[in-house]
Design a protein around this ligand. Structure first.
Ligand SMILES: Nc1nc2c(ncn2[C@@H]2O[C@H](COP(=O)(O)OP(=O)(O)OP(=O)(O)O)[C@@H](O)[C@H]2O)c(=O)[nH]1
Length: 551
C-alpha cells in the first residue's frame, strides 16, 4: 500500500505535491530513507482507517484521503486501536467511514445510544411537519421506520458545515452534550460522498435539504397484491461471510486510484476495518422489523416494503416481519420510534447497484423524495437546474449525483451515501456508480454492504446490455455483491414504464437474471423481485396506480 512520510498538517495540497513521496513498495520501513528533517528518529504514525495510509502523528487528517483524525482515536497503533475482539473499535473519521461506522451501537452503551438517538442531528425535529408530507403512505413506511424518533416529526436538514461539528462527529463521539441538544433535534438526512480525493475535502459531504412534502399521491389504502413490496421479504444477512474481502478490497482500494475519462483521479477508499456492520451487532439486535407485508409475484412486491424486513445479523439472525402501513398523512407512530428500552441501533448498509443508467440514482432520489427527505423546494431546484442543462430526466438523480461532473456527464462516479436512523436501524444507503469505469468505486460500497438492491433497466436492449458477459455490469455487480458476502438482494426491475409494464418482459428478466443469480450462489428465497418505475413512481412507496402493473 502506498506509504508516505508526512511532516505536518497539509490540508490543501490536493495531492499534487504528494505523490513524489510515495513508495509503492512494501518494504518502506526498511528501505525508505527518512528525509534529513526526520533524522534517525522514528516518527509516530497513525493509520488512516479508510485508506490505511500511515500519517504522521502530527497530522490531524489523513494526508492521502483527507479523512479527519478523531482526537479520541489515533494515538496508538492502528491494530491496537481499530479493533476490539475483531470489532471496529474506533471508527474512521471520514465522512464515508463515519457514515458507515460511527454510530455503531457497540461503540456505546445502550443508554448512550438511546440518548444519542434523541439528541443527535439525525432525529426528526420536534414540531416539524414531516407528517404533512403526505407521501408516506406506502410500504416504504418501513423506511419510515428508519426515520423517526420518539417525539419528533419533522425533518430539518441543515447544510453541512466544516466549521462546526458535523453530525458524524457528534455520532462518532457518542453522546451529545446538552449544548448540542437543540441542534440535535434536527433530523438530518445526509448524502455524502466518500472522501475528499474524489470531490475535494470541502465537498466530501453534502446534505440533503429537508423534506417538506412528498409527491406521493397514491391512496394509502390501496393494498392490492403488490402490498408486499420490495423489502417485505425477510432478508437475513450472513455476517459470518459478509465481509471477508473487506480488508483485502480496502487495501487494494487504498491504492486504487483510477482515472476517469477526463483523467481525473478517482480514489477508492472506504473503511479498511473490514468489519461488517452486521458482524458488529449483537445477535439480539439482528432482527430488523416487526411485521410483514404479503409478498406477491412470488417474492415480489413494492420496492419499499422489503427494506423493513432486511435483517442484519449472524447466520441465524432473527427476522421479523414488518407491518405495512399506508397512511395518507405521515405521522410518526409508535413502531417508528426508537426503542428506548433496547436503545441499540443496528446498522444496515444497503448498496444500490446495477448496470449503468439502470436508474439507481433516480430510484434513490425518488425514494428520498417520497420519503420526505428532499424538500419540494429542493426538488424544484433539481428539476430546474437539470432542465437548464438539458438533463431534465436526471432531476431525481441529482439528489445523489451532486458533483458538477457527475451531473454534466449524467453518470454517477462515486458512491453516494445517505443514511437514515430508524427505530432500530441505522440504514446506510450506498448509491453506487454503474459505469464500468467506476467499478472500483462500486466495490467500495459493495464491501460494506449487508444487503443490496440490484437495479435492472427493463427497457428492451438495456437489460440485455447489462447481462452482457463482458460489458454488462448487472452480472458483474451481482457477482461482486455476492462475493462480498451479501446474500440477500432485492431486484428492482426498473423502467417498467418503458415496456408498458409488460409482465412478459418482467418474467423474462426474472427468468434470465434469476438463473444467473443462482450461479452466483444467491438463493431464490433470498431474492425479491419488484417491477417498478422510478420515474413514474410505480410500486415504490405505495401500490402501483397504473393498471398495467396490476398483475
Ligand atoms: N423511463 C424511465 N426512465 C428512467 C427510470 N428511472 C431512471 N430513468 C432514466 O434513466 C436515466 C439514468 O438514470 P440514473 O438514475 O442516472 O441511472 P444510474 O443507474 O444511477 O446511472 P449510473 O449511476 O451512472 O450508472 C435517466 O435519464 C433517468 O431519467 C424509469 O423508471 N423509467
Amino acid at each position: 500500500m502506498p506509504r508516505k512520510v508526512n511532516y505536518g498538517i497539509d490540508y490543501d495540497d490536493g495531492y499534487d505535491d504528494d505523490f513524489d513521496d510515495y513508495d509503492y513498495g512494501y518494504d518502506v520501513e526498511e528501505n525508505v530513507k527518512e528525509p534529513s528533517l526526520q533524522g534517525t528518529i522514528k516518527r509516530a504514525v497513525w493509520r488512516c482507517s479508510v485508506c490505511t495510509y500511515d500519517n504522521d502523528d502530527t497530522m490531524s487528517s489523513c494526508d492521502i484521503c483527507g479523512i479527519l483524525r478523531s482526537p479520541s482515536v489515533c494515538n496508538g497503533t492502528y491494530d491496537e486501536k481499530r479493533t476490539v475482539h475483531g470489532v471496529c473499535k474506533v471508527p474512521g473519521v471520514s465522512i464515508m467511514a463515519k457514515s458507515l461506522f460511527a454510530s455503531r451501537p457497540h461503540q456505546m452503551s445502550k443508554k448512550e445510544v438511546d440518548s444519542q438517538q434523541q439528541n443527535d442531528d439525525f432525529v426528526v425535529k420536534e414540531n416539524n411537519n414531516f407528517h404533512m408530507l403526505g407521501n408516506n403512505q406506502g410500504q416504504f413506511h418501513e423506511f419510515h421506520k428508519a426515520y423517526s424518533s420518539p417525539t419528533h416529526s419533522r425533518i430539518n436538514i441543515a447544510p453541512f458545515k466544516f466549521d462546526v461539528p458535523s453530525p458524524d462527529d457528534l455520532v462518532s463521539n457518542g453522546l451529545h452534550s446538552s449544548a448540542q441538544h437543540s441542534k440535535a433535534k434536527n433530523f438530518d438526512f445526509k448524502s455524502s460522498r466518500a472522501p475528499s480525493s474524489w470531490v475535494g475535502k470541502n465537498e466530501a459531504v453534502k446534505v440533503l435539504s429537508s423534506a417538506k412534502r412528498s409527491d406521493s399521491s397514491h391512496d394509502s389504502t390501496r393494498k392490492d397484491k403488490h402490498d408486499g413490496i420490495i423489502f417485505s421479504k425477510n432478508l437475513e444477512i450472513n455476517t459470518s461471510s459478509g465481509f471477508k474481502a473487506s480488508d483485502k478490497s480496502s487495501a487494494s482500494m487504498a491504492k486504487g486510484r483510477v482515472e476517469d475519462s477526463d483523467g481525473r483521479s478517482v480514489s477508492i477508499n472506504l473503511c479498511s476495518s473490514g468489519q461488517s456492520s452486521s458482524s458488529l451487532m449483537p445477535k439480539e439486535r439482528t432482527d430488523m422489523v416487526e411485521d410483514g407485508s404479503s409478498l406477491t409475484h412470488g417474492g415480489e412486491g413494492h420496492l419499499t416494503s422489503n427494506l423493513k424486513n432486511m435483517t442484519l445479523g449472524a447466520k441465524s439472525g432473527n427476522s421479523k416481519d414488518i407491518k405495512a402501513n399506508s397512511r395518507a398523512q405521515y405521522k410518526p407512530e409508535k413502531w417508528m420510534l426508537p426503542e428506548k428500552a433496547e436503545g441499540l441501533l443496528t446498522q444496515l448498509n444497503l448498496a444500490i447497484v446495477g448496470h449503468v443508467d439502470s436508474g439507481k440514482s433516480t430510484l434513490s432520489g425518488r425514494l428520498l423524495q417520497l420519503l420526505g427527505r428532499i424538500s419540494q423546494k429542493e426538488m424544484h431546484k433539481y428539476e430546474k437546474e437539470s432542465k437548464l442543462q438539458g438533463k431534465g430526466s436526471f432531476a431525481y438523480a441529482w439528489a445523489l449525483d451532486e458533483s458538477a461532473e457527475e451531473r454534466e456527464r449524467g453518470v454517477t462516479m462515486t458512491v453516494a451515501v445517505t443514511y437514515l436512523d430508524s427505530k432500530r436501524y441505522h440504514v446506510v444507503v450506498l448509491d453506487s456508480p454503474g459505469h464500468k469505469d467506476f467499478v472500483p468505486n462500486m466495490i467500495t460500497g459493495a464491501t460494506q454492504a449487508d444487503a443490496a438492491i440490484l437495479v435492472i433497466d427493463a427497457s428492451i436492449g438495456s437489460f440485455e446490455a447489462g447481462m452482457d458477459g463482458t460489458k454488462g455490469q448487472t452480472r458483474e455487480h451481482a457477482q461482486l455483491i455476492r462475493s462480498f458476502g451479501v446474500d440477500q438482494i432485492i431486484v428492482a426491475v426498473n423502467k417498467m414504464d418503458a415496456v408498458e409494464y409488460s409482465k412478459d418482459r418482467f418474467d423474462l428478466i426474472k427468468s434470465q437474471l434469476g438463473t444467473f443469480l443462482r450461479t452466483c450462489d444467491f438463493k431464490d428465497s433470498s431474492v425479491t423481485w419488484i417491477p417498478l418505475s422510478a420515474v413514474e413512481n410505480q410500486n415504490l412507496v405505495v401500490a402501483p396506480s397504473d393498471v398495467r402493473l396490476s398483475w
